[in-house]
Ligand binder design. Structure first.
Ligand code: PLP
Length: 426
């Protein structure tokens, strides 16, 4: 063996996996079982007391899911990870470890629409209060900090317009406030951006998107950077105080730099229950093996399509951070030098009607509400995801009546451009 540390593409294929010890199976098997037999009574007791690592029940952990967890932790440069049923489940489980009723977290205003709903409405019933800040105005994060602030949540590449967030600047605010920074890295994937290298304490993903990559399986994951001291300041009792459900164990004291991942598993996943199916873990693992190849093609195609649209007479503006003229191009060069992702918006001179007409005329692009598929996708937010908002609110959230969002796939770029040309021109 050489001393070389494996590169990103090697980790994408191999991290966490080895030939199956009983059968020699080379691909990771789907351990489609709910439960696992104990060696003896002592073994059972030590598993339940968190004195030994091992399998008990698939709601708490599963060997197929464990390979996925180790692989994504390696790709993100974290100490450990926990796979869950969806991206939204990851967000619930993370915040449950950090917030008590009445606490606050600061979130960037530019987020996936589903996260805006989850934070503003669903979390209110848990007593978790979101305070919004503007990712283009770092001082707005500083102003939002109060003694009840427990976390800061941002997206690395933000929905819907593919804008790039200044992760390091916001991490400085989080350090000063003594709270962890959570980065949703779904639109970038670790191939484009590794938020832990820029100060993230926790990374979350919707595996449903680019990591799985084929539009066939939901999943989510939480990566622990191992960087945060949960005992400082006494703000995080789930991690620093004795846990009655585990004979008084203190998680940080016992598990050190992967205590947060353990808390998410043994307090969050075990008790809230959003476990990932091992079948989905297998599909997503298979997807991750080609992540570097797919992501580069997604980005190269997106840049070509953005350039085509920028020169088209029916188009009034293109928001793609990979274009030299874009407001976020400087940040894209710093954080995502291999490419600015594959999700972006553009605006049509013909307004709302032109948007509706475009989605109905496109043939190769699928009209649907998803991103990060091998297939190219299109949506007109004003008539779909954002239709319940009034015009002013639509414009504020980047979904004005003339806005169309694309998620560029890995087809031949010439075919994508030809499809857009016929739909815009006809
Ligand atoms: C899709 C998505 C989510 C939610 O993930 P699900 O797997 O659909 O629950 C969260 N954040 C971003 C950026 C997303 O694109």
């Amino acid at each position: 063996m050489s001393d070389r540390l494996p590169g990103f593409s090697t980790l994408a294929v191999h991290a966490g996996a080895q030939p199956d010890p009983t059968t020699g199976a080379r691909a990771t098997p789907i351990y489609q079982t709910t439960s696992f037999v104990f060696n003896d009574a002592d073994h059972a007791a030590s598993l339940f007391g968190l004195q030994a690592f091992g399998n008990i029940y698939t709601r708490i952990g599963n060997p197929t899911n464990a390979v996925l967890e180790e692989r994504v932790a390696a790709l993100e440069g974290g100490t450990a990870a926990l796979a869950v049923a969806s991206g939204h489940a990851a967000q619930v489980v993370v915040l449950q470890q950090l917030l008590q009723p009445g606490d606050e977290f600061i979130a960037a205003r530019k987020l996936y629409g589903g996260s805006i709903n989850q934070f503003a409405h669903a979390f209110k019933s848990f007593g978790w209060n979101v305070v919004w800040a503007d990712p283009d105005d770092i001082a707005s994060f500083e102003r939002a900090v109060t003694p009840r602030t427990k976390a800061i949540f941002i997206e690395s590449i933000a929905n819907p317009a593919g804008s790039i967030t200044d992760i390091e600047a916001i991490s400085t605010v989080a350090r000063k406030a003594g709270v962890p920074m959570i980065v949703d890295n779904t639109l970038a994937s670790p191939y484009l951006i590794r938020p832990i290298d820029h100060g993230a304490d926790i990374v979350v993903h919707s595996l449903t998107k680019f990591l799985g990559g084929h539009g066939n399986s939901l999943g989510g994951i939480i990566v622990d950077a191992g960087t945060f001291d949960w005992s400082a300041g006494g703000k995080y009792p789930m991690l620093s105080e004795p846990r009655p459900e585990y004979h008084g164990i203190r998680l940080q004291e016992t598990f050190g730099n992967f205590a947060f991942a353990i808390a998410c598993r043994v307090l969050g996943l075990r008790d809230l229950g959003p476990a990932l199916s091992p079948f989905n873990a297998f599909m997503i693992l298979t997807g991750i093996e080609t992540l570097p190849l797919r992501m580069q093609k997604h980005c190269d195609n997106a840049k070509a399509v953005a350039e085509f649209l920028a020169g088209h007479p029916a188009v009034s503006a293109v928001n793609y951070a990979g274009l030299a003229s874009d407001k976020y191009n400087q940040l894209a060069r710093k954080y995502a030098p291999k490419g600015a992702g594959a999700v972006f918006t553009f605006r049509l001179k013909g307004g709302y009607d032109a948007g509706v007409s475009l989605v109905s005329k496109l043939q190769l692009f699928s009209h649907l509400a998803n991103v990060g598929d091998t297939r190219s996708l299109v949506i007109h937010p004003a008539s779909t995801t954002h239709s319940q908002l009034d015009d002013a609110a639509k414009i504020k959230s980047g979904a004005g009546p003339d806005v169309v969002r694309l998620s560029i796939g890995i087809e031949d770029k010439e075919d994508l451009i030809a499809d857009l040309e016929q739909a815009l021109g006809a």
